[in-house]
Design a protein around this ligand. Structure first.
Ligand code: SAM
Length: 218
């Protein structure tokens, strides 16, 4: 029996539809779909937006920022091809949702956010959910995290004009970085960078739209 009040969507049904939507948007990696099924997106939202957690849309969070569209989170995670031994850096913690998805696939996740309030709030959610392999750090993520480098995988969830040099330098040989590239107020391109023995290989994946990567702390 479903005890949810009539005006609220049935959570089980909403979650099933959510996974169906992700599949229909081209997400095929079973491990990514399982991670998206396990992590409750509503835990990363507040107030009236919690009810809309399973809509495939970006939603507002604190500090004038957004939680990304779930299908974009899933497709970026799929493109990152994370393995269970990987150490991952995320730039742009925001709500912490993307980092939580990564935590299901990787050994260790470091996520950097320029707004202290967001980093603190996200760390609180990770702790409440028992996601012990993620650490949220306040900083300007365009400089990466030299203390923890090099990384097997790097994901940037804000748009840069070019892949930031310090992040390229902190990627292991054989590593992968996924980053939206382009001017902030236009459509950007999601780029996948492979670090090879003797340089970098760049691949354009799809059009996306992200808030800009901003210098300094918020
Ligand atoms: N990954 C997030 C999630 O799962 O909710 C969504 C990220 S939101 C689209 C972009 C985030 O990048 C914002 O929280 C913004 O404050 C942050 N940001 C922008 N420039 C940054 C920088 N230089 N260093 C760290 N974070 C930055």
């Amino acid at each position: 029996m479903n005890d949810a009040p009539d005006h609220l969507p049935d959570p089980m049904e909403a979650r099933m539809r959510f996974i169906y939507t992700l599949r229909s948007r081209g997400v095929t990696d079973t491990r990514v779909l399982q991670a998206m099924e396990r992590i409750d997106r509503s835990a990363f939202l507040t107030g009236i937006f919690q009810e809309r957690a399973y809509e495939d849309t970006p939603l507002p969070i604190a500090c004038g920022q957004t939680i990304s569209q779930p299908s974009v989170v899933a497709l970026m995670t799929e493109a990152l091809d994370v393995g269970p031994r990987d150490k991952v850096l995320e730039v742009g913690t925001g709500s912490g949702y993307q980092a939580a998805i990564l935590s299901q696939l990787a050994r260790r996740v470091y996520t950097v956010e320029r707004h202290r309030a967001l980093a603190r709030q996200a760390q609180g959610v990770f702790d409440a959910l028992g996601l012990a392999n993620i650490t949220a750090i306040v900083g300007d993520g365009s400089f990466g995290l030299p203390d923890q480098a090099p990384f097997d995988r790097i994901i940037v969830t804000a748009a840069a004009e070019d892949p930031p040099g310090p992040l390229l330098a902190q990627l292991k040989i054989g590593g992968i970085m996924v980053v939206p590239v382009g001017q902030s107020d236009t459509v950007q391109n999601l780029i996948r960078v492979h670090r090879l023995e003797d340089g970098f290989e760049y691949e354009e994946l799809r059009a996306v739209r992200f808030v800009p990567l901003v210098e300094g702390l918020g």
